[in-house]
Each structure stands twice: as structure tokens, then as C-alpha cells.
Design a protein around this ligand. Sequence first.
Ligand code: ZN
Length: 412
Amino acid sequence: MKRLLARWVFPVDQPPIERGVVEIVDGVISDVAPLNGQPDADTTDLGDVAIIPGLVNAHAHLEFSSLDSPIEPALPFTGWIGRLLAHRRERTSSLSQFIHAGVREVATSGTSLVGDIVTGDWSPDCVPGDGASMVAFRELIGLLPDQSAAQLDLAKQHIADCRAVEKTEQRILLPAISPHAPYSVSPELFHELIDLARTEAVPLCIHLAETQAELQLLESGTGEFFDMLTRFDLWRDGTIPKGTRPMDYLQPLAKLPHALIAHGNYLADDEIDFLANRPNIATVFCPRTHAFFGHANHPWERLLDAGATVCIGTDGRSSNPDYSLWAELKFLARSSAADRMPQILDAGTLRGATALGQAKKTGTITLGKRADLTVISLNESTANDPWMALFATKSKPVTTIVMGSEIETPRS
Ligand SMILES: [Zn+2]
């Protein structure tokens, strides 16, 4: 048994607890309460820190962990994609090394659960046996009709491979699938993958409403995506019916238990209304990637106010300087009204766990859940308000606890 005492405990499903104690038995939370009297011999006083639920990064591309800085220039978007593909072709280390480094960075920066998009010759062996838990989304790409069967087989094999690991090893690695985007997956393949996600009960993620160029391709079959796809000989007349909108992709997602749309930067009003009534479809906002591409304001506050599920991701180091979800939350808190702070922490923990189908097991500091916790140093913040102290300029993760085991973060 372990009892951890903190200046503040943020359970997320209840208000912050001053001088709170979290008790852990066998990797599971067995109690959370204010300190009663003096700390006993079993209680470790962590001092001037907050304990929050382990952070959940709902959208990452860990294969880009070796990049020191984002790939520039960011625009035009199809040019950026070209540079990304060139990087993938030219890098020399093994995919396994990139994933190991990515998982390590995620775990040492406060994240206990990550939704990673996996590609190429990824296999469960690429993932280290410790560190953050992972939901592995197999990326699927196929715009031409003759590509669909192989992609469907790949998806099925991925689900089987991850499930085989689940049964044999002491780590959490769960399968999921990701039809990449409307400009890279035919509507037919998209629907087949939705059926697969429903049958297999796995989460499904699609990049959607990410750029105005994507909306233009769907609406009229023109623009920079048309040019790129024509160049690669991937575009055929009628591949996507004219007048298609993100709504046409949202509607089929409604029948899934756990669907994620990455970005959703350009959702229309009726699409936001649609998501408001469908908490099973989460929008993953990636704040610093959003800023990198210079997009128009993200509708995350409108989505939240409407009652939709919003969670947070880092995306890849290809568009972001690191994989720190805490840096995303602080970036967002800095530019938000004070009353948004509880929602920002909720988005970075419980909503991420919800989107990844793990809310029963993690995402809040609640009796019976896994002891997935992040210890945040408050660095002597003088703020009396717990939220101001939590999101103060100098606050930072110092320890990540995954299933009761501690992972130290770098001290620098
Ligand atoms: Zn992405």
C-alpha cells in the first residue's frame, strides 16, 4: 500500500481536495480523501505538488519522435504532406526505435495513456513493455477500389495481433483503427472500416474537417488535394460525390461506441449541433499543431458549451515541438478564461479516456480505477485558487504513475 499526500488533489470527477491523500493498493486507487490529522508512517508527503489523473494524449504520431522541430514550411498543406512522406522515406533508424523513444517521451512528460497512429511495418513488438499504456490506431489508406481488400485485411490482422499481446503480457496495448482522412480513403472503404470497428468493438479515428482544402475537395473535387491526388494518379472522376461534407462522415460514426475525429478545425454549425448530441464521437483538438498551421479559431469552446466530447492530442513532432500533453493544456489555459480551467483538465484526462474507450479504468482519481496519476510540481505558486496554482507558469509534471508504478521525469 502507498499513500501520497499533495497540496492539492484534482480527482476531476469532484472538486479539488486541499491537502489530499491518494491511496494505492496493487496498482489500483483504494482511497482519495483530505488528510485526516497528521500524516502517518505509510504516507509520503510529496510537498508543494498537485496530483491529477494521468494525462491522456488522444492523438499522436509517435513515429515522428526523432524530429527536433516541426517540418517547415507548414503551408501549403499538401506540400507539408509531401515533406512528411519524404522524411518517412529517408529516415534510417528502425520504426521500433522511434516508437520506443516516443513512448518514453510521452511517459516522462506526464502522460499515462496515448492514442497513437501506427503505420508501415509497425507491430506490437515496436512498443516497450513498460511506460504509458497505448491504444494503437492502425492507419489505413486507400482511395482506389482495388486497394480496399488489402487495407481491410491489414486492419483485421492488426486487431488480432494487439489482442494476442493483451492476453500474454503485462502491459496495456489495445487495438483501434484509423481510416486516415476523406482525401486518402474512399467512401466505400470508410464504410467497411466502420462496420469492422462496430463488429470488433474497437475505437476508430479519422482526420476530418482539418483544412479548407479538404472541404473544397469534398464539395467540388477541386483545389490543392485534387492537384496532389492527380499527380499521384489516385483520383478518378466520382471518387467522392460532389457536394460531400464532413457531415457525411460524421453520420456513420454515430453508430460506433468510440469514434474520434482528429482536429475538426472547420466544422460547420450543423455539424457542431450533430456532435452535441453524440458524446460517443469525440473531437480531438491539438492546440499547438493548430497554431503551427495557422488555422482559424478552433470551435472547442462551442463544442464544449453544446455538450460535445472534446479531448486533447499533441499530433506528431512533424507539426509540434514535443509530445507533452501538459504543454498543450497550459498553452490552452494561457489563452482561456479562468472558468475554462476545469474543462481543460477534464479534456486532457477523463474525456481522452472516454474517447479511447478506457473511462471505466482510468481518467479520474476514483476508487477502483487504475492508479494512473501525474504529479505536478506547483513550484511555490502563491495562488490560493487551486486552478490558478495548477496552471501557473512554472507548474510542470515531475512524476508519472502508471498502474501504480512511478516513472521519473527529467529534472531540467
Ligand atoms: Zn494526426
